[in-house]
Structures are given as C-alpha cells and as structure tokens.
Design a protein around this ligand. Structure first.
Ligand code: 3HC
Length: 691
C-alpha cells in the first residue's frame, strides 16, 4: 500500500490498482481529495504493472459531493476536478467506481467518468445540488441524462432526491450489485472486464437514450408545470431543467459549456449562498454546547402519545414510520376511533400515490395500540402528551403520568407556547420533563422545537434531539418563554400585520407582499387556516377587537368558509370579501386610526423587522443558542423561503443599520413596540451581523 497523500492510498493487487479515499466524514471533494485522486489515478495509469483501476472510499460513504465549504469561497485550492475526470474518462485502462453509502453531486459526477460502476445494495445515487440552490457543475447534467434518460434525469436533478441501488441497476447507472466486501467485489469485477475484454464505456459518447426525446419539448413543459407551485421563487430548479434540455439538444461539449455558465451564475447568486448557509445551519442545530455529542442517550423502544387529534395522530405517524410502537391514549372510544381513522386515511393516501405499499400501511397501523387508560403507559420509554392547549389539563395529566410511568421515562409535552417549568413542577421528576413543539401537520412538517425546562437533564435533551433526527425531523433546541422561538416571533409579526390592515392596506395586499417575498401564505390566509377563533372566547367577546367582530359575525376561518377571506366549501383558495374590508375600515374609524396608502416596502419591513428584533431578544436571553437556529425554525416551521436564508440571515443581508434606522422612523407611531433590542442596536452600531 502506497500513501499518495494524507487522504489517499494506492494498493496494487494482482494487476488491479485499488485507489482508496479516506477523508471523513463524507469524503467530500476537498483540495486534498482532488489532489489524491489526480496523483493516484495518474500513478496507476502510468504503472505498466496495472491493468485496471478500482476507486473506492473508506468510512461511511463514497464521495458525497463537492466540499460545500469550498464552494463560493474564492477559488478552490488543489487539482482541478475537471482534469481528474478527463484523465479517468480518457484512460486506456478500465476505471471502475465501487460505491457504498451515498454517491452524491460531485461524487456521482466522478463515478460517471469511470467506465463502469458497481455498488453495494444499500448505496444511493443522486445529484442533490438543486437543494443547495445549484446544479451539478462537474458534467453531471450532461452525463446523467445519457445514462438514465431525460425524464429520470429531470426527476433526479430537478427534485434532488437520490435513487437506490436496485433502481440504479435497472436503468444501467451501475453494472452490478456487490454482495460481501466491496473492494474485493470491485477488484473481481475489474478482472472480469479484462477477461471478457469489455469495452471502455465513456458515458459522454452515449446518445441512445437522448435521441428519442429530441424534438419533444413537451416533457420539459410537463415537468415545469408539475412542480411550478413547489418551485415558485427558486432559480435552481429551472436552471437544472435547462441543463437537461441542453443535454438533449446540444452536442456534449456545448452542453458542458452551458452547464458551466448556469452553474457559475447560481454559485455567485444570493439564493445558493442562502441555501448553502441553511445546509450547515440545519446540522449546527443538532449541536448543544453544554450537552456533549457523546452524552448517554435513553433507549427509545416504545412510546406513548396522549391525544388522537390532529397533533397526536401526526406525532404517532412519525414514530411508527420508523418502527417505534406507540400506545395512543384518548378519553373516549369515539375520539380514538376518529383519530385512528384519520391516521389510516393518511397512510392509504400515501399508498395510493405509490410512496408506500399497502403492506406498509398495515405494518404501521399494527404498531399502534389504542387505549382509553393512561395506566397503559406504564412501561413506555417516552410519552408525548398532545392534548388541547390548556394548562390545567396538561398539569393534571403530568401529575398522573408521574405516578404511572416507569422511572427514567421521558415525559414530553407538545405545546406551542405554554410554560414547561410549570408543567414539570407537577411531577417529582422535572429533570425528565421536556417540551416538543411539533408543527401542524405533524406528519409532514420538518421542524420540531425541543424545549428544555430549567431542570431538564442533559441525557433527556440529547435523547429528545436524537429522537427528532430518528423520525426524520430537524430538531432545534429552545428555552422556555411564551411561544418559544417560532411563535414568539410570529406574535411580533402578527401585531404589525393586524395594525397595517387598520391603517389602510387590505389583508389581501399584506398577504400578497409576503407571498411575493416567498412565504407559502400570508398572515391572514394563515389565520384563516388555523382558525380566527383560536383563543377567542364567545362569552366575553364584546366587539372590542377586529378579531372579536369577525368571530361574532361567524367568520372564524376556513372551517366556517369565512374569515378574513371567503372560501368555497372544500376549497382552500382565499376569496377577498368587500364586506370584510368595510368591517376593517369601520373598526379603524371607531379607533380613530387614520387611513393612508401603505407601500409594499413598508408592509414587508413592518412584518419582518419585528421578527428580527424579537429574534435578537431571543438570542440575548439564551432562548435560542444561535442565530442560525432561529433561521432553521422559520424555514422549516413557517415556510420562510429557504433561498432567503431565514430572518436573521435576511437581516444581515438587508443591513442591520438600515433595520435600526427604519425602526426609529416607525417609532414615531409606536415608540415602545419599535424600540430596537440592545443586541440589534449593538451589532448595527459595530457593523456586525448575527452569527
Ligand atoms: N461538503 C462539506 N461537508 C459536508 C458535505 C459536503 N458535501 N456533506 C456533508 N458534510 C458534513 C456535514 O456538514 C456534517 O458535518 P458536521 O458533522 O461537522 O456537522 C458531516 O459532513 C456529516 O453530515 P450529515 O450530518 O449530513 O451526515 P448524514 O450521515 O446525516 O448524511 C449525507 C450524509 C447524505 C452525505 C449528507 O451529509 C448530505 O446530503 N451531504 C450533502 C450532499 C450534497 O449536497 N452533495 C452535493 C454537493 S455540491 C456539489 O457536489 C457540486 C458539484 O456538482 C460540483
């Protein structure tokens, strides 16, 4: 074995050169990896004793892509990837990639320059660059369609999701699935190639799958139309599609040039910068400074969920989806039946779409044990209580759970705003009590805020964060305050959006400004969806607020087909209503609020700046660990457009000094609300930014 450099070894076995990359954690194509590849491949090709080369990776995965930290950082150091790829593709000795883990992005693009690829059965293959606001910039956009065809390449590049080894074998992306030791399998495959004198296949030369789609623009139109809603506002999906069009319509070298132009444009643009920031922000969120990564976790083999409503049902699905059995407790058989029917319905819908099988539906349903008795939670490892948001009910449940659950079980409460410490105080084990704020619908939304109480133990925090990852969520740790990170900032935004409509802008206009910014819906459509009457009390309502008046008029949101907007039964499209606008104007007049033209810019600033200001307070108080955690909460919990990076990232790009200056202007109307948080003021004054 020869060390080529610190991350690359070359071993010649019986005429076959095995080049091994070992650059943890994911063998990303950093400068040293590219150098190692370049020197190693060259050395193997130049060695007359070598007949074929096998490229393999040590550790958990094959090359998982370019080194994202290097992208956009002012020019990579080390060998050029293009040179490495050309050398492999043009080699007169067969080059084979032997793949395990994930061959992603630049990793798959390197493999596509090998003459053959083999893989273990669990390997995955993908070009996920679109998720980083990019496109594959190392020839992948031109080579992948030549192997898998234009339609599948559109799916893989346009959506960024990987495919498994079975599919890869079926479409010819790999030649063989290796059982047992991968390196030995790769070497055996290389020997077979030599024995059978198989040709050196250059993917770039293969036109067979593209010729049939040439002159068929409708496949691109159909793909664009199918994903238009999801892709609204994003540049990268469209640029990926254009690259596949180039692969179909242009000769290879011209296609590569097109790829390069579009790649550079995306790389230098603000969207990819924000999306790459979010990639690292999501991973950073898992790191808790005072809870070391090696903290012993509590094994979670069985769970309990209290409440079979929308939240309880969704949380149950998350757990059984990954094989954790759940005992779900309700107070009446009727509520239990209703909840389980919804869960089954959701699974059957997913099965109808072909995403899971009918057998999966049954396996998952079989993991759910319905119960009407809290005592059935005696031996679970974690209970997630998801009942109605009412402190007295929650306190009562926790007192009972304390008596029922085994020692060492985690007692979690799913709440969007309540005081975890007050709930924990009902038990003799406050160190085992924690908050989990799932977002609705809980089986779909990626975010969970994990809320640590004053006494929550470190292993309980570590276990809850890890459970979040295990159920495929992004968990962000928050401290106790009203609304935690996300809702506390939402309350600040709502204060202003509610005020702006009294000053003259319609709900429709405010919503449009925010959807144009990139949110999936604006504050008023969101309020209609959640229910205008959340927290409203008909017994005490005296028309003192606009909300009182709407609710008194029966306009309680989508569920009554009327709220800030009208709705046709069974249709969620908001329809503006003139009477509501009149009601708003009358209410404003009764409060002597002057009507004026509020510009779109002012609407946006008055909705977003209060969030940034509240975020600054949340940071100073230690409710969030870091600014990027706040961004993760808003991107994954509330639909903040990921290509704008989250509120704190946005604030940095907008300019903190400009934000403070605008707050001073708005303060003429409401000095208390518009007082800048000390941290915001301090950072603005020092030309700093949220880190
Ligand atoms: N570059 C730099 N660091 C990377 C990286 C990459 N491509 N991929 C992962 N990492 C880092 C992560 O930041 C994390 O670091 P940390 O431990 O310090 O937080 C560590 O590797 C482990 O990553 P995960 O926590 O995500 O580990 P998982 O096992 O959950 O997932 C993975 C592994 C599926 C490989 C996932 O990390 C992933 O999806 N990575 C990104 C893949 C990707 O997008 N590739 C394309 C890159 S762009 C490109 O190739 C451009 C080219 O076309 C020119």
């Amino acid at each position: 074995m020869t060390a080529i450099n610190q991350v690359t070894d070359l071993d010649i076995r019986d005429g076959i050169a095995v080049l091994t990359l070992n650059s943890p954690p994911v063998n990303a194509l950093s400068g040293p990896v590219r150098d190692g590849l370049h020197k190693g491949i060259k050395q193997a090709i130049d060695d007359s004793a070598v007949q074929a080369v096998v490229l393999v990776c040590a550790g958990r995965t094959f090359i998982a892509g370019a080194d994202i930290t290097e992208l956009g950082s002012g020019g990579p150091q080390g060998a050029s990837l293009l040179d490495v790829q050309n050398m492999m593709e043009d080699s007169t000795k067969p080059v084979v990639a032997a793949i395990h883990g994930t061959a992603l992005g630049g990793g798959l693009e390197v493999a596509l320059c090998c003459h053959y690829r083999v893989a273990v059965a669990s390997a995955q293959f993908g070009l996920p660059e679109v998720k980083l606001g990019l496109l594959p910039g190392a020839g992948g956009t031109q080579r992948l369609p030549r192997i898998v065809g234009a339609e599948m390449a559109l799916e893989m590049m346009g959506l960024g999701d990987p495919i498994g080894a079975d599919k890869a074998l079926e479409v010819g992306l790999i030649s063989e699935i290796v059982d047992g030791d991968l390196t030995q399998g790769g070497v055996a495959f290389a020997k077979k190639l030599l024995a059978q004198k198989r040709p050196l296949v250059r993917v770039r030369d293969n036109d067979a799958k593209l010729a049939p789609v040439r002159g068929k623009p409708e496949i691109f139109a159909a793909f664009r139309a199918a994903h238009a809603r999801k892709n609204r506002g994003f540049l990268a999906p469209e640029y990926n599609i254009r690259c596949v069009e180039a692969a179909v319509n242009l000769p290879f070298d011209q296609g590569i040039r097109r790829e390069g132009e579009l790649f550079r444009e995306l790389l230098q643009g603000p969207q990819s910068a924000a999306q790459r920031y979010m990639f690292f922000a999501e991973r950073q969120a898992a790191k808790i400074p005072d809870v070391p990564a090696d903290t012993q976790k509590i094994p979670v083999d069985k769970a309990g969920v209290i409440g079979a409503g929308t939240m309880g049902g969704g949380i149950t699905m998350n757990l059984v989806n990954v094989g954790i059995p759940v005992t779900i407790v309700e107070t009446t058989q009727e509520a239990l039946d209703r909840g389980l029917k919804v869960v089954r319905g959701n699974y059957e819908n997913t099965a109808r779409k072909g995403k899971i099988t009918q057998a999966d539906v049954e396996t998952r349903m079989a993991l759910i044990t319905p119960s009407l008795n809290l005592a059935d939670l005696a031996d679970v490892d974690i209970v997630i209580e998801a009942v109605f948001e009412n402190m007295d009910i929650k306190k009562d449940i926790f007192e009972k759970l304390d008596a029922i659950c085994k020692p060492g079980a985690i007692l979690a409460t799913n709440t969007s705003a309540l005081d975890i410490n007050a709930i924990a105080a009902m038990t003799k084990r406050p160190e085992y009590v924690i908050g989990t704020h799932f977002f609705s619908p809980a089986n779909v939304m990626k975010l969970v805020e994990v809320v640590r109480g004053a006494k929550t133990a470190k292993n309980v925090i570590a276990t809850s964060m890890a459970l979040g990852k295990r159920i495929n969520k992004i968990a962000v740790l928050a401290g106790v305050c009203h609304g935690f990170i996300g809702n506390r900032m939402l309350f600040a935004r709502t204060t202003q959006s509610s005020r702006i409509i009294l000053e003259g802008a319609t709900p429709e206009r405010v919503d449009k400004v925010l959807t144009d910014f990139g949110f999936p819906m604006g504050p008023f459509a969101m309020s209609d969806l959640a229910g205008v009457d959340v927290g409203w009390n008909p017994k005490t309502s005296k028309g003192e607020t606009l909300r009182d008046r709407l609710c008194e008029a029966g306009r309680r949101g989508q569920k009554t087909n009327a709220g800030y907007y009208d709705y046709k039964p069974g249709d969620r499209t908001p329809i503006p209503n003139e009477d509501v606008v009149k009601m708003i104007r009358e209410f404003a007049a009764s409060k002597q609020i002057r009507q004026r033209d509020v510009t779109d810019e002012e609407i946006l600033e008055r909705c977003l700046i209060p969030m940034v200001n509240e975020g600054a307070k949340i940071l100073s108080e230690g409710i969030a660990i870091r600014a990027s955690d706040i961004d993760v909460v808003w991107v994954h919990g509330y639909g903040w457009p990921v290509y704008r990076g989250g509120p704190m990232y946005w604030a940095n790009t907008y300019g903190l000094d400009k934000i403070v200056a605008r707050m001073r202007e708005f303060a003429n109307d409401d000095p208390v609300f518009w007082t800048p948080a000390p941290l915001l003021e301090e950072l603005a004054a020092s030309n700093g930014g949220f880190k």
